[in-house]
Write a new protein. Structure first.
Length: 52
């Protein structure tokens, strides 16, 4: 992330690079990691999505 910092005393602008924060999706994944309450296998979960 790049910020523009204005300095009125020097009548100048300074471009400041800042480390970006996590995205909304990254925060959601972090909250949900290891929070499962069931022990279904991947095949069992996918079976629920198919017409089996």
């Amino acid at each position: 992330m790049v910020l523009l910092r204005l300095d009125p005393e020097l009548c100048s602008a300074l471009v400041v690079r800042r480390e970006s924060s996590s995205t909304r999706g990254q925060r959601a994944v972090h909250r949900l990691q290891a929070s499962a309450t069931t022990s279904m296998t991947t095949d069992e979960v996918l079976g629920l999505l198919r017409d089996e």
